[in-house]
Design a protein around this ligand. Structure first.
Ligand SMILES: [Mg+2]
Length: 237
């Protein structure tokens, strides 16, 4: 399979894990919040982790999952303030700014499309300054649906007028690529290295990249090649 950039004019990119190192988010929710919760409730960190992990999982695939106001209320802690305590871990993945610069030079429309809450966006865009490359930012909280919802990508048209046949989406969540595929977004790229603390794990279903520089064609070409995937059409013999 190849991606021919002449056939693509809109690039939709997820933020956490895709452009930014998910190590921050993993550390924040799985270590930092339980640590503060344990101190607050006078329980062990192990107990806090168990209780909170169960609570977090109960809200997976909903907008509450990323809603900082929801978690501030539910946990009785100032979640945005806690994020600021570990904001030094917020980082842009290597190769991202090179790709964004190249895509901008090619005249592509660049949209940041994220499930992240506006308060998370404020902290991360301020810290990383990646917003400067984008034509716009759309949060799932504005759309009213998470990206895991089958109606999300159509509802996104109210914010970004895009032709799904001429669009590329980059995500580190396969469920979001699946809903985008059902809507007809043509080029679906899975980010196999969402966190600097994890070993890259390619998708079995979607074309995978570890670094965004893989999407920049060699000079003189408009195409990048991928190894065949299970879902590709089989030609021949
Ligand atoms: Mg993500």
């Amino acid at each position: 399979m190849q991606l021919d950039w002449r056939e693509t004019d809109t690039i939709l990119l997820d933020m956490d894990g895709t452009l930014l190192d998910r190590h921050f988010d993993d550390h924040f929710w799985l270590e930092h919040v339980p640590k503060r919760w344990a101190a607050h409730h006078n329980v062990s960190q192990k107990q806090a982790r168990e209780q909170l992990h169960a609570l977090f999982r109960s809200q997976e695939r909903t907008l509450n999952w990323t809603d900082l106001d929801y978690w501030s209320d539910r946990l009785g802690m100032d979640i945005p303030q806690l994020k600021l305590e570990v904001e030094h871990l917020i980082a842009v993945h290597p190769g991202v700014t090179e790709f964004l610069t190249w895509a901008k030079q090619q005249g592509k429309q660049l949209w940041l499309v994220t499930n992240a809450h506006s308060k998370t966006l404020d902290i991360k865009l301020k810290k990383t300054r990646i917003g400067a490359w984008f034509d716009g930012v759309v949060s799932a909280h504005q759309v009213g649906l998470p990206k895991e919802d089958h109606n999300f990508w159509e509802a996104l048209q109210r914010f970004v007028a895009y032709d799904p046949c001429r669009t590329m989406l980059g995500e580190d969540t396969e469920a979001n690529l699946q809903t985008a595929q059902q809507y007809g977004i043509r080029h679906l790229i899975y980010i196999s290295r969402p966190s600097s603390a994890l070993t890259p794990k390619p998708s079995q279903q979607y074309h995978s990249i570890d670094y965004f520089t893989r999407l920049i064609p060699v000079p003189g070409s408009s195409c990048v090649q991928f190894a065949p995937q299970e879902g590709d059409a089989i030609h021949g013999p």
